[in-house]
Write a protein that binds this ligand. Structure first.
Ligand code: ADP
Ligand code: MG
Length: 403
């Protein structure tokens, strides 16, 4: 099979795995829910996405130590953010025993790692229980490196962070790319560097500042950039349009102004909403009103794009050779404001061109509308996918061995 995009790093497929103990960094940062039998995994998409790499390592007979972060524990170990429910779900998915370590590192964990037999699995505790994780402490990296002989990184969603488990440890062990990480980089770089034309970039979500890097890069390189979500209100304010009680990122107004000025002479078409759906409050039961234009009266918040905007955006998406979409069109979590995101999601799903979607909330929206399987690539990385699209090097990828 010929693969899209470029990837210059050594693959786990070519790693000298046999008999070596593997430390695999995975992205098991999944949502949990409190049930009758304790905490369980609410959405196992990310665990499933790591299975091909885990299975490949097990088939080669290597004992495997798995590590990930989970949520944002404030200081030290927090039982509510233990990896135990994740290890339990992984065991179900693999139909195999999965051991749970008592901590991230330390003598007890080292002993458990040493005891692992061929193809056996040990899940470490939440890496962020260790303060040295986010500070990329060499001592923590050293303690992690003592658990294995080979490092495999499959955590694309964390690859934009230079943390001890994503970067530091790869200076101490030979580092190979997992299958998911490789596929993510290939799919996204293909869109970024060699898109089939026309290239349509659809950006929604909450803040301009989150997406400004991507807008900046694609104003020169895409054929169209479609803006929606709360982000559009920074653009409207920059144009002196009334935004009522809409969510406006104030710092985003100057950024939006700059984008509008750059878009003027650019061959790239910058589209903004032409109509909106408004509500009194950010609530599913609020009073709802379709606005004929984009001026939002006081006492109202713009919470979705209107039907004319959805139709126009869908038309551009359908005509594109490549579509990259990040960020919902509106407050899709609330039923009265989900139509815009659903319409655009359906257009992306039905588009004849190559379709790639990134972003946690965008993925959640596609899943909610039953469209997740109908795009060509649904990235598991939010921030990482945006940074890659911006053209920034990802520290977790850079540090791996070259092919
Ligand atoms: P992603 O995770 O896909 O990158 P973001 O995190 O940037 O997306 O944005 C998603 C959030 O933006 C959602 O929680 C959604 O409710 C919110 N949002 C989108 N449009 C609006 C709007 N008009 N007003 C308020 N919130 C909005
Ligand atoms: Mg988000």
């Amino acid at each position: 099979m010929t693969q899209r995009g470029t990837f210059t790093k050594a693959s786990v497929r070519d790693a000298p795995l046999d008999r070596s103990r593997v430390l695999a960094r995975v992205d098991f940062n999944v949502p949990l829910t409190e049930g009758e039998s304790g905490r369980t995994v609410a959405d196992d998409t990310r665990i499933r996405a790591a299975l091909p790499t885990i299975e490949l390592i097990r088939e080669r007979g290597s004992p495997t130590v798995l590590v990930s972060h989970l949520g944002r524990p404030k200081q030290g170990p927090d039982p509510a953010l233990s990896m135990a429910p994740v290890a339990a779900r992984l065991a179900e998915l693999l139909g195999a025993e999965v051991r749970m370590a008592p901590a991230v590192v330390g003598p007890e964990v080292e002993l458990e790692a040493e005891r692992l037999g061929r193809g056996e699995l040990l899940v470490l505790e939440n890496s962020r229980f260790e303060p040295g994780e986010t500070s990329n402490d060499p001592e923590l990296a050293g303690a992690l490196a003592r658990l294995a002989d080979v490092y495999v990184d499959d955590a694309f969603g964390a690859a934009h962070r230079a943390h001890a488990t994503t970067e530091g440890v790869a200076h101490l062990l030979p580092g190979y790319a997992g299958l998911l990480l490789e596929r993510e980089v290939r799919e996204l770089t293909a869109v970024r560097d060699h898109p089939e034309r026309p290239l349509c970039v659809v950006l929604g979500g909450a803040k301009v500042s989150d997406k400004i890097g991507v807008i900046d890069r694609f104003l020169d390189r895409a054929d169209s950039v479609l803006i929606a979500g709360a982000m559009c209100f920074s653009f409207f304010r920059a144009r002196g349009i009334q935004t009522g009680d809409s969510l406006v990122e104030e710092e985003g107004i100057a950024l939006a102004q700059r984008v509008l000025e750059r878009a003027e002479p650019s061959a790239c078409e910058l589209l903004l909403p032409i109509d909106l759906v408004a509500g009194r409050a950010f609530e599913a039961t609020t009073e709802v009103r379709e606005l004929d234009g984009i001026a939002v009266p006081d006492g109202w918040m713009g919470l979705d794009i209107g039907p004319r905007t959805a139709a126009e955006y869908s038309r551009v998406i359908t005509a594109a050779g490549t579509v990259f979409w990040n960020g919902p069109m509106g407050a899709f979590e609330l039923a009265p404001f989900a139509s815009g995101t659903r319409a655009v999601g359906e257009a992306v799903a039905a588009a004849p061109g190559l379709t790639v979607v990134g972003g946690g909330d965008s993925a959640a929206a596609l899943a909610r509308f039953g469209l997740a399987d109908r795009v060509d690539w649904l990235s598991t990385g939010g921030g990482a996918s945006l940074e890659l699209m911006e053209g920034k090097p990802l520290p977790g990828v850079e540090v791996l061995l070259d092919a």
